[in-house]
Design a protein around this ligand. Sequence first.
Ligand code: NAD
Length: 367
Amino acid sequence: MIELFAPIAEACTIEVPPANRLPIALVGAGAIVDLAHLPAYRKGGLEVVGITDLDRARAEDVASRHDIGRVYADLDELLADERVAVIDIAVPAAAQPEIVRRALESGRHVLGQKPFAPTSGIAAELAREATARGVVLAVNQQLRFDEGIAAAHEMMRLGWLGEVTSLSISVDIWTEWTLWPWMLTLAELEVWNHSIHYHDVVRWFLGEPDSIYASAGRTPGQAPSGETRTATTYTFPGGARALVHAHHENRWGDQRAEFRLEGSGGAVRGTLGLLYDYPRGRPDTLEVNSTIVGTDGWVPYPVTSRWLPDAFLGPMASLLEAAAGGRPPRTSADDNVRTLCVVEAIYRSIRSGRAQAPTEIYQRSQE
Ligand SMILES: NC(=O)c1ccc[n+]([C@@H]2O[C@H](COP(=O)([O-])OP(=O)(O)OC[C@H]3O[C@@H](n4cnc5c(N)ncnc54)[C@H](O)[C@@H]3O)[C@@H](O)[C@H]2O)c1
């Protein structure tokens, strides 16, 4: 059985060949850069030459703890540093498009954070700009590189599950929204800022849905203004189904984050370890039961890395591979436009009480 898993583990390994390691500068020195981007880049042997943040003291603190040589006073100073080949942005979504635009104009490759842009139309415009300038633009939608998810995807890709008929992701956790004061007043909260990862993964597994239906709720006494629980169902051409359920106000100590993928010849089931004790978490779990490869019941796959920080090397490694002339990034901006269309379809469905077609939103984003 161990030999059976070897190609899966290999497909999940994230490495950056030395020749691909272009110098990186960061815009934003917030929690996610400190906890995830920088530890992942260090593990991957990447070179971070400088950082900037509106809060200079924060940038200096992060730079000193992660051995970053330069703190730029602002974006202009960063753009003027000729050593910088890749700009990695991690600021709230509303501030991101202007920074992406300027970074693209300067001819740099760019990695944007999720949510990539406040609307699919803006995201599509940025993706077109990157293509026109011949630079790589990708999005830090790193759940696609988390080992449990990536291994499940590789098992599906190799045909272990036969025809895939359903994917469900169900998350029931306590999220400390007060860690992000700027999120507390957002009218649309949960999908844009958290479940967008699951919706992006649903598309990665099952392609483009023809219909989405969603509902949302709040709980008495919650800190943020926006929705803290959502349930979304998908239908796909060919009959496959998906369900994403997320609830962030579990006050009862039994955090739970599970996924399950079923097909005509097998199934995988797993847990997202990070969400059992954020941000420390634990490795994911993953089990597979396949009549196609003959597992003789449920067999555990040995996950050895974590969503945070390990998966954060993935989008950058993939961007650097594309910049070196390799495959397009797994989380390219072009692809991410469709994830944003799904998010918009979800909120339209919540507001209208009716199913929505993300492809219609996508067509409009291309006009
Ligand atoms: N991929 C993930 O899993 C993940 C996880 C957490 C956060 N995020 C995203 O990353 C982004 C940052 O989140 P965070 O947790 O670090 O938030 P944070 O509040 O800890 O930090 C945000 C930082 O951005 C800085 N900033 C804001 N506007 C700026 C601008 N115009 N120029 C330079 N700096 C600016 C702020 O001063 C602050 O230091 C958000 O978009 C968030 O949604 C992604």
